[in-house]
Design a protein. Structure first.
Length: 218
């Protein structure tokens, strides 16, 4: 099955879509996390403790719950999002960001709390507190962005209901059908039940691995 792990135009497009969609979700999640991160990192008392305890609750919920919730929000707001359209993709990106933002909020908040207080005091005296703080937070922000990106790229439940093709949904489809690559068929066809599994589990697992290899290499 590793012979099937070649780079084709389809797989390059698949990899590009995956990194673009989920990179945008991780970027939005990181931006949403900044206010809560400063509450966790700089806050004291009941507010900071309450935010720190509430943040992980979002990550404990399945992403599918967020998918159904945001679908209802857009429906009640009067937005009609056609499957696989730009609006539908944007909804998926926003859903992932709304699910993942507590992760960078906690990570950056803890990093901010661990910063050297003497460094911050000196920066305050020099009138450069904001610049020094952002510079010190850069490794934490990048690490949390990467963690959110990794979680986003493995997520198929958000993209699958409307048949959006990313690596996670293609791996799921390949494992279900045994058809490597899906170069010739949209993911929605396999999900709708037009194809039945055509190989044993070991064969389908190997096919799924071949489909995921470009992303695993990155």
């Amino acid at each position: 099955m590793l012979v099937e792990a070649h780079i084709s135009a389809f797989r390059l497009g698949l990899l590009g879509r995956t990194l673009a969609y989920n990179g945008a979700a991780a970027l939005i999640a990181s931006a949403l996390a900044i206010p809560a991160a400063f509450v966790v990192g700089r806050g004291r008392g009941i507010l900071a403790r309450g935010v720190s305890l509430a943040l992980p609750l979002s990550l404990l919920m399945p992403s599918m719950a967020f998918t159904y919730g945001w679908k209802q929000v857009f429906r009640l707001a009067g937005f009609t999002l056609f499957p696989q359209s730009a609006g539908d993709v944007s909804r998926c990106i926003w859903t992932l960001a709304a699910w993942l933002w507590p992760l960078p909020a906690l990570g950056v908040g803890v990093w901010l709390r661990w910063l050297d207080p003497q460094l911050q005091q000196q920066a305050l005296l020099d009138g450069a507190l904001r610049r020094v703080t952002w510079r010190a937070l850069r490794p934490a922000v990048l690490a949390c962005f990467a963690a959110a990106l990794v979680l986003a790229v493995q997520e198929f439940a958000v993209y699958e209901p409307t048949g959006i093709s990313v690596v996670a949904t293609e791996v799921r489809t390949v494992f279900d059908t045994g058809a490597v690559g899906s170069d010739w068929k949209a993911i929605a066809g396999a999900i709708s039940g037009e194809e039945a599994p055509t190989a044993d589990q070991a064969h389908r697992a190997a096919a799924a691995l071949a489909t995921a290899l470009p992303l695993l290499a990155i």
